[in-house]
Design a protein around this ligand. Sequence first.
Ligand code: RB5
Length: 150
Amino acid sequence: MKKYAIGSDHAGYEMRLSIKAYLESRGFSVDDFGTFDREKSNYPEIADVVANKVAGGGYDGGILICGTGVGMSLAANKVRGIRAACVSEPYSAKMSKEHNDANIICFGARVIGIETAKMIVDAWADSEFAGGRHKTRVDMITKLEKDGHL
Ligand code: RB5
């Protein structure tokens, strides 16, 4: 059974609860890392927890939701081993897994509606990394992360 880590700030609170329930309805296991109320919160703190959980292993991936998805993706991508994609539609979500091996998907609760969000997580969770020439490129991202240049 696939297992995901999920988190959001206050802006993504309601959407996160809906997406968590949706993933569970699909039979996936979901660990929820908050935020646990609607009070203003700092998206880097949630990105830190979810990204380190995913980077540490034991998860098939992570889902991060804020107002735009941008802050979450910027913060998550600072954690070694994380490839967080910020998307607004399912095609990019699918490609982010197939071509980029994105291990975290981010989107914005102030940008898209819940039905598009469900389509995004479906497209990403149901796709596999294609490998081959795409692995060569993803390995370059890893080298950039490690050395700061190719
Ligand atoms: C919070 O107001 C908002 O800045 C945050 O949710 C996110 O959109 C940042 O990228």
